[in-house]
Design a protein around this ligand. Structure first.
Ligand code: ATP
Ligand SMILES: Nc1nc2c(ncn2[C@@H]2O[C@H](COP(=O)(O)O)[C@@H](O)[C@H]2O)c(=O)[nH]1
Length: 224
């Protein structure tokens, strides 16, 4: 039911104005916890949707095609690049990863928020293309030893893959200053709470509130 004080320029009784969606990017060295925090966010916040990437790496145990990634051949990946159907793509750890364009562009205009688990190269590309829509968050592990423990403890990768990811961790970490927010993922719940706060504040940014001009006009119109 509409409250007596309801202004029809508001999109809901909660005082929300129509707004453009945002692109919430989480990056980190492998094993710092992006997937863990992303899953919590997707479970708890129905207003954000995962941008599912394409990759040429094989699935890990438990990963589902179309949910965790679109697992594709290198030929298929290359054809998608040629057709300009990626918003961004990069080589990471010897494999190809890319963000499909299709759903994201239309969704943003309709107010849909998207979550991206992508590396620093992809983050730079998205920032160059869609700067105003992008929110960049970088997760750091509390220590390098803890990062190794997490990669080993996850139990999904061979010793060779873990060694490769550890060898690249410091170079990944060197990109921390290309992000808007940098969080140390020491305790999962504490880190998640900070992510939630960032998302809440970013959603309220004036520039995203496409309904603001019209709403302010209704308030400034001469009383009739
Ligand atoms: N704050 C934390 N404390 C302890 N363990 C954690 C924490 N955050 C994540 N982990 C654990 O660390 C391991 C790696 O986490 P996760 O898979 O989320 O990392 P990732 O950054 O997504 O890695 P990748 O880039 O390789 O996909 C998992 O086993 C996860 O349960
Ligand atoms: N530039 C992009 N990077 C991506 C994308 N999808 C994932 N990633 C990053 O790759 C590494 C490795 O991921 P993993 O699942 O194999 O452990 C990690 O840093 C991801 O953030 C993408 O579409 N574009």
């Amino acid at each position: 039911m509409t409250s007596p004080s309801h202004n029809p320029a508001l999109s809901s009784d909660h005082g929300d104005l129509p707004r453009r969606g945002l692109m919430f990017i989480m990056s980190s060295p492998s094993g710092a916890g992006k997937t863990t925090i992303s899953r919590m966010l997707l479970e708890r916040d129905p207003s954000i949707r995962m941008s599912v990437s394409c990759t040429t790496r094989p699935p890990r145990p438990g990963e589902v095609d179309g949910k965790d990634y679109h697992f594709v051949s290198q030929d298929r990946f290359d054809a998608t690049i040629a057709a300009e159907e990626f918003l961004e793509w990069a080589h990471v750890f010897g494999k190809s990863y890319g963000t499909p364009k299709a759903q994201v562009e239309a969704g943003l205009a309709a107010g849909q928020d998207y979550l991206f688990d992508i590396d620093w190269q992809g983050t730079q590309q998205l920032y160059q293309k869609l700067e105003r829509d992008v929110v960049r968050v970088f997760l750091l592990p509390p220590s390098i030893d803890e990062l190794r423990r997490r990669l080993t403890g996850r139990g999904t990768d061979s010793a060779e893959v873990i060694a490769d990811r550890m060898a690249r961790a410091q170079s990944e970490i060197s990109h921390w200053d290309g992000y808007d927010y940098v969080l140390v993922n020491d305790d999962v719940d504490r880190c998640y709470a900070k992510v939630e706060q960032i998302l809440a504040a970013e959603r309220l940014k004036r520039a995203r509130q496409t309904g603001l001009i019209g709403f302010a006009r209704t308030l400034m119109a001469p009383a009739g």
